[in-house]
Design a protein around this ligand. Sequence first.
Ligand code: GLN
Length: 240
Amino acid sequence: MPQLRVCALYPDLMNIYADRGNLLVLERRCAWRGIDFRLQGASLGEEIDPEAHDLFYIGGGQDRDQELCAQDMLETKRDALAAAADAGKVVFGVCGGYQLLGHAYELGDREIPGLGLVDLRTVREEGPRLIGNVAIEVDLGDGVQVLAGFENHAGRTLLGSTAQPLGRVLHGHGNTGSSGFEGVRRDNVIGTYLHGPLLPKNIWFADWLIRTAARLGSLSQLDDRLEADAHVLARRVAGM
Ligand code: GLN
């Protein structure tokens, strides 16, 4: 029986905008297809085994929760996550979780250290929070598709010279409000500012995550009429 083993990092602390909803979508879509879905949480002080999971997930969080998690992540999880990323496992970070995938998040004279899995830094500058509905254009290998969601972040994420964005902004702010890029992708390590949660309204991306993490060549079709409507609506509210 195919299996998807998910490790949710700091599910109690990194979960704003109901980012946990993304996990529910993965669980349901696996159950409907007879894929054995396993979910394990790893919070403060808990070590993780890179071999024991196929997908590592970290949601969004307030600056103070991110700070709490960052130090712990370096002490108890960094090496395992780096090994998982190098082995082609999926590491998926949303908003605050996305920022923590990079080198650091600078807040004035403070710096929250990151995992350094991807070449980026996030800086909290003067200026408004970047808030609103957003749509981006993404190609994960199956042709260009649209991800539609919602963003709310004060940090501006600057990609380093070796980092590739996840997509191109069609509507909304994205990484900095002016770069035209959103998110980051390094093989199967993906970061994005899109919350909402993101997967219920972008079911194609949920299936990409399942297929890639569980290493399945293809997935059976589901009746996705409601999900297709949700995607159209999310695109529409993002001005598309
Ligand atoms: N605290 C981060 C910021 O404001 C991330 C916020 C979030 O996860 N929504 O930039």
